[in-house]
Every structure is written in structure tokens, then in C-alpha cells.
Design a protein around this ligand. Structure first.
Ligand code: NAD
Length: 237
């Protein structure tokens, strides 16, 4: 694998499923029994802020109650041992990559454990509730919302992501349904830039045909095996 130096990995809810966090059900548009328009759009927040704050209060508590699994740990090992460029772009709002030891992580859809003040634009690590309207530690206004990118909002750090995709020798997608754009389009961009492409997922996804190779199975088994292969210099993709 001596010709692979720059790697971009995209992860989705499937990598955290075996830690006990439910995936988003693209087929019926439900996230933890709620329609996504209700809990993951700016319109939903305007319509019923208390419902949305309560939903993310629950997600924030849920994230802190679970542990990283073997897939997160394997990517942590890859981050420690890979001397080339690496960017783990996650759609997940949990912090399981970081707790699994990964450092080169970019949360394109925001983070459950972060709050964003819409008055002064400050972001703060947040581990408790936002439902009761706490004052922003920076400006004192009660205008904190979950630091989550909702449908219709611009994902974070897209310039950085596309720059990394343009330079990637290998693009790997793990546990994502390929239903949510722009992340679903990353494979095409990587291919056009000449990267090898590999998908690791429980089942065929909407984007499977875009990948040179798809391996089906549980992330906790597929990811450690793939990281092992990569670090031992075996060829694939
Ligand atoms: P998704 O829920 O749409 O798709 C999950 C994919 O993971 C599916 O293709 C499924 O087959 C696969 N999968 C399920 N269990 C798996 C396992 N054990 N091993 C490997 N693959 C498995 O997820 P998405 O594509 O990430 O889109 C969901 C959106 O909802 C994201 O934007 C994300 O922000 C949000 N979300 C986040 C979390 C989280 O942070 N953990 C959880 C649910 C939803």
C-alpha cells in the first residue's frame, strides 16, 4: 500500500450503532421516533423550541451514557499509527471517535456536547440541559441552541473537506446510508480526484455502486480488520 498516503474517512450513524446509539431511519424519515422536519430543521425549532431542546437534551445525555466500540477504537489506532495525512469526517454528533482515541476528526454536522449562542456566535462545551434557557457564558443572553447543523443549514468546514478529498489517495465510507447530502456526494468527488474508494456498511447503501469495493458486515468487525490490513500494507480498493 506504499502508494497510499492521504486518507479521508467518512463515518455515519452506523459506526455508533453497536455502542447503542440508534441510527437515523432514512426510509421513514424518523430519528428516535420523531420526523426529522420536527427536530432537525430551523423551521421545527421556530415552531416548537422546547420540543427540539428536549430532543437534543436527550441526545446529549444519551451520548454520555455510551462507550466507543471496536470500530471507533480501530480508527483511533489508525490515527496514532498513520504517518500520512488523515481526515475523519463524521456526520455523527456523538464524541465516540474522540473517546476512541482519534484526533484528526471533523464534525461536519456539529456536536451534541456543544451549544451555540445565536446572539454572540460563541460556542461552548455543554454537557447538561438547554431546555431551561441558560445564559450564554460569554454574553449572558438566553439564546443558546444545540450546535447541530440542521437540514437546510450549511455543514461545517466544507472547504477543508473538499480540499482533503481532492488530495485523497483513498476514500473510505463507514456506516452511512448515502441518503444525506452533501456527504453522500463525497465519493464522487474523491473518485474524480483519482482516489480509491471503499465502503464498509451493514447493507448495500444508496451510494454503493459508486464505490470500487463494498464490504458488508458490522462496523465492529469490518473496521478493525481493514485498519489492520492497511497498517500491514496489504493492497485493496
Ligand atoms: P443513517 O442512519 O441514515 O444510516 C446508517 C447506515 O449505517 C445504514 O446504511 C445502515 O445500514 C448502517 N449500519 C447500521 N448498523 C451498522 C453497523 N453495526 N455496522 C455498519 N453499518 C451499520 O446514517 P447517516 O448516513 O449517518 O445519516 C444520519 C444523519 O443523522 C446524520 O446526519 C447524523 O448527524 C444524524 N445521526 C447521528 C447519530 C450519531 O451521532 N450517533 C445517530 C443518528 C443520526
Amino acid at each position: 500500500m506504499s502508494d497510499i498516503r492521504n486518507i479521508v474517512i467518512l463515518t455515519g450513524a452506523g459506526i455508533s450503532a453497536e455502542s447503542g446509539l440508534r441510527t437515523f431511519r432514512a426510509e421513514d424519515g424518523l430519528w428516535e421516533e420523531h420526523p426529522v422536519e420536527e427536530v432537525a430543521t430551523p423551521e421545527g425549532f421556530r415552531r416548537d423550541p422546547a420540543l427540539v431542546q428536549r430532543f437534543y437534551d436527550e441526545r446529549r445525555a444519551g451520548v454520555q451514557a455510551v462507550q466507543p466500540n471496536a470500530a471507533h477504537e480501530a480508527l483511533g489506532r489508525l490515527d496514532r499509527e498513520w504517518s500520512g495525512e488523515l481526515l475523519i469526517v463524521t456526520q455523527n454528533i456523538d464524541d465516540l471517535h474522540e473517546r476512541g482515541g482519534a484526533r484528526r476528526v471533523l464534525h461536519m454536522h456539529g456536536e451534541a456536547l456543544s451549544a451555540w449562542c445565536t446572539s454572540c456566535d460563541a460556542r461552548h462545551r455543554w454537557e447538561t440541559t438547554l431546555l431551561d434557557g441558560p445564559p450564554c457564558p460569554a454574553c449572558g443572553q438566553a439564546s443558546m441552541r444545540p450546535d447541530i447543523v440542521w437540514f437546510g443549514e450549511m455543514p461545517y468546514r466544507m472547504g477543508e473537506i473538499f480540499h482533503a478529498l481532492s488530495r485523497a489517495d483513498l476514500f473510505v465510507s463507514i456506516g452511512t446510508s448515502g441518503a444525506v447530502y452533501p456527504a453522500a456526494g463525497f465519493v464522487q468527488h474523491a473518485r474524480e480526484s483519482g482516489a480509491r474508494t471503499l465502503e464498509l456498511n451493514l447493507e448495500e447503501s444508496l451510494g454503493s455502486r459508486m464505490f470500487a469495493e463494498t464490504r458488508l458486515g458490522r462496523a465492529s468487525e469490518l473496521v478493525p480488520r481493514w485498519v489492520d490490513e492497511l497498517l500491514r500494507g496489504l493492497q485493496h480498493g
